[in-house]
Write a protein that binds this ligand. Structure first.
Ligand SMILES: O=C(O)CCC(=O)C(=O)O
Ligand SMILES: [Fe+2]
Length: 368
């Protein structure tokens, strides 16, 4: 009614003012400078995001300026408390914390840069006929950082070459983290739960958070998560790790047929990647294997890609593999040949602020 119209007119007037102020010469000049810095960071090496030709300055400039204007207006509006939040504020905060969703334009530039660095590393390391060796646990030199301004390494917990008393970058494994009975129970759990989920070709996955507890055994899953976290922490000198995310994943050949099959022809669930390129706050990655290569499935080995040789790990049920999440650990899963491959994948952060809200205080939760 009347109030709503007044509020709307108020808002429109403010919007006009904001647009005018966002277009003030000094603001534009500052935005121009930021656009140049961003372009230099992204394309200063003469290469595009996919390693090909770089984006044209004109095109980038246009998009950056438009996005910057939008950002300034929306920031000012937030400051004015004009809109009631579309979502409860805490929900937005959780989502941002969890995914490190780049909230700012320069955060988006940072994310693009990380994707580019991942892409270039993968392109360099994926070569035909490269020598193969079996997995050797131990430290490896840390690679250059993927991010510069989004997430800073946490002293004494994030992997580092430089910091004293920080764990080194590397990859390790520990057998028998889950017992035979636990593995069998998880297998049963997953097969049952996954009947009700969509499949993407050979892949079915379930994010482990509070919404998963009705589908899988909460007690057992929490037990395995917490034990894995402890094993990783102990192996790295007792560092404080927080769950950032966890995923139950099945790869199955032949893929499940039927109406739950999304039949995406994407084969990228096997492709080479760096975990930290997806989420900046990941410090450590871990995979708990719930089936065994050569017995439950063929293909599906885990490969770490290095300059000279690749290292191949043969997954074994109950085995935990863990590694620093950065560029030094480009990895991929070999295409599946047959059978069913089940894993519990986990990502840890050293930053309590980035902890997953459902998984953080796991040891204090009780089964319901
Ligand atoms: O399943 C595996 O062995 C590795 C999976 C992986 O790299 C990931 O989910 O990020
Ligand atoms: Fe990964």
């Amino acid at each position: 009614g009347h109030l709503a119209r007044e509020a709307r007119e108020d808002l429109l007037r403010d919007l006009d003012e904001l647009e005018v102020s966002a277009k003030a010469p000094e603001v534009v000049a500052d935005t121009e400078r930021r656009a140049q810095v961003a372009y230099q960071r992204l394309f200063g090496d003469g290469r595009g995001l996919d390693g090909g030709a770089p984006m044209a300055w004109q095109h980038f400039h246009e998009r950056y300026m438009a996005a910057a204007l939008q950002e300034q207006v929306s920031n000012s509006l937030k400051g004015k408390h004009h809109f009631p939040a579309m979502l409860p504020g805490s929900l937005i905060a959780e989502e941002v914390r969890k995914k490190d969703a780049p909230e700012t334009l320069d955060g988006q530039v940072e994310a693009l840069l990380a994707q580019k660095r991942q892409h270039l590393a993968v392109a360099r390391l994926m070569q035909e006929g490269k020598e193969l060796q079996s997995f050797i646990p131990g430290p490896v030199p840390c690679a250059s950082p993927l991010y510069e301004h989004v997430y800073s390494p946490i002293e004494g917990c994030s992997a580092s070459n430089a910091m004293t008393k920080a764990p080194p970058c590397g990859r390790w494994e520990k057998e028998n983290v889950a017992t035979k009975d636990e593995v069998a129970a998880m297998q049963t759990n997953m097969l049952k739960a996954f009947q009700h989920l969509f499949h993407s070709g050979p892949m079915t996955s379930l994010a482990v958070d509070s919404s998963a507890w009705p589908l899988i055994s909460k007690t057992l899953t929490q037990d395995l998560l917490e034990r894995s976290r402890q094993a990783v922490s102990d192996a790295l000198g007792g560092i404080d790790l927080f769950f950032s995310g966890a995923l139950l994943v099945r790869l199955q050949i032949p893929p499940i047929d039927g109406e739950m099959q999304r039949n995406s022809s994407r084969g990228d669930e096997f492709s080479a990647h760096v975990d930290k390129a997806n989420v900046a706050s990941y410090d450590w990655s871990a995979i708990l294997y719930l089936s065994t290569v050569g017995k439950d499935f063929e293909g599906g080995e885990l490969l770490f890609l290095d300059e000279q040789k690749d290292s191949q790990l043969e997954p074994k049920e109950g085995q935990l593999v863990f590694f620093s999440s950065g560029l030094e650990n480009v990895h991929r899963v070999r295409p599946m040949v047959r059978g069913r491959r089940l894993v519990l994948a986990m990502w840890f952060t050293c930053s309590q602020r980035h902890a997953h809200p459902d998984l953080h205080f796991m040891d204090r939760q009780t089964d319901s």
